[in-house]
Design a protein around this ligand. Structure first.
Ligand SMILES: [Fe+2]
Length: 296
């Protein structure tokens, strides 16, 4: 809180993930066919793919030395220069290093900076992310990249960093093992944390236009025999229905969802985070019983 009682703002919403991949051409094809992204620009070194009007939602960096992909950065837009300056002040006040944006990213927004989270994941924050006048004309495409899901061996530090320093609000907890955090675009979560033995970016969630499109994405995954890491689940906290596919060389798990809850402006200011039971039925309301974990 500031001295006048106003809430200090968090970032607006998730814009992109930056992923190092061993075979960029294959991953581009994967993201086009299975997620519905449109390739906009690429060289031998990098590629930008977009879902809607925003400049990109995935930046691929070619790294043939890798066996599997590695997600190295996540970008969030911020609504104004004032809110960005306030975020920068909070990062400095927390004793964290204010880093420059990646060089290419400097040319794709007005201003911004980066900071490492407790696990070293780069978080880029910026204003006025460049956009296209029109969305891609592809019918089967996501409308938005909604959130990363981070498994972390530094859960408590991450919770402190994302809420106290960056100003995310807690929407819900599952026990003391997961937290769903929302930003100013009011989606139930723009970032999720899970207590784990190690750090990894567990998944990236894309919001499709409809449940019909989620099912078409699932049909494509089945048709091409892409491993489905988790089949249809009905998430209790965010009310979304989703499935997850996973090929380690192409990125983290990709979640295609429909129906992710968006808070009203009033709920955004007044919502009390629920402390939900660590029970499979609380993650997927379609689970049959409290011992029904194994099918995840
Ligand atoms: Fe998710």
């Amino acid at each position: 809180m500031t001295t006048d009682g106003a809430r200090r703002r968090g970032p607006f919403g998730m814009e992109y993930a930056r992923i190092l991949v061993p075979d960029m051409a294959e991953t581009i094809e994967f993201l086009r066919y299975h997620v519905g992204l449109q390739l906009e620009r690429h060289t031998d070194e990098y590629a930008y793919l977009r879902a809607d009007i925003e400049h990109h939602c995935v930046e691929l960096i070619s790294d043939p030395s890798l066996e599997v992909s590695r997600t190295v950065a996540v970008g969030y837009s911020v609504r104004s220069a004032e809110e960005l300056a306030d975020l920068r002040d909070r990062v400095s006040a927390a004793g964290l290093e204010v880093l420059p944006l990646q060089d290419r990213m400097k040319g794709l927004c007005q201003e911004g900076f980066a900071v490492r989270d407790p696990n070293g994941l780069i978080i880029e924050l910026f204003t006025e992310f460049q956009e296209y006048a029109e969305p891609p004309t592809i019918e089967l495409r996501p409308l938005k990249l909604v959130h990363p899901f981070l498994a972390t061996d530094k859960y408590d530090e991450c919770l402190e960093f994302y809420t106290k320093v960056l100003g995310f609000l807690v929407s819900d907890y599952v026990g003391d093992v997961s937290a769903f955090l929302r930003s100013e675009d009011r989606f139930h979560h723009s970032l999720a944390l899970q207590r784990n033995k190690e750090f990894f970016v567990a998944h990236l969630c894309f919001m499709m236009k409809s449940f019909d499109h989620v099912m078409r994405g699932r049909a494509r995954a089945l048709y091409k025999k892409v491993p489905i890491a988790s089949d249809l689940v009905n998430h209790s906290a965010s009310t979304s229905i989703a499935f997850y596919m996973y090929e380690a060389k192409h990125g983290p798990r990709y979640e295609l969802c429909d129906g992710h809850r968006v808070f009203t402006p009033e709920e955004h200011e007044t919502h009390r985070p629920r402390r939900m039971v660590a029970d499979p039925r609380n993650i997927d309301v379609w689970r049959a019983a409290d011992n029904d974990w194994d099918r995840f």
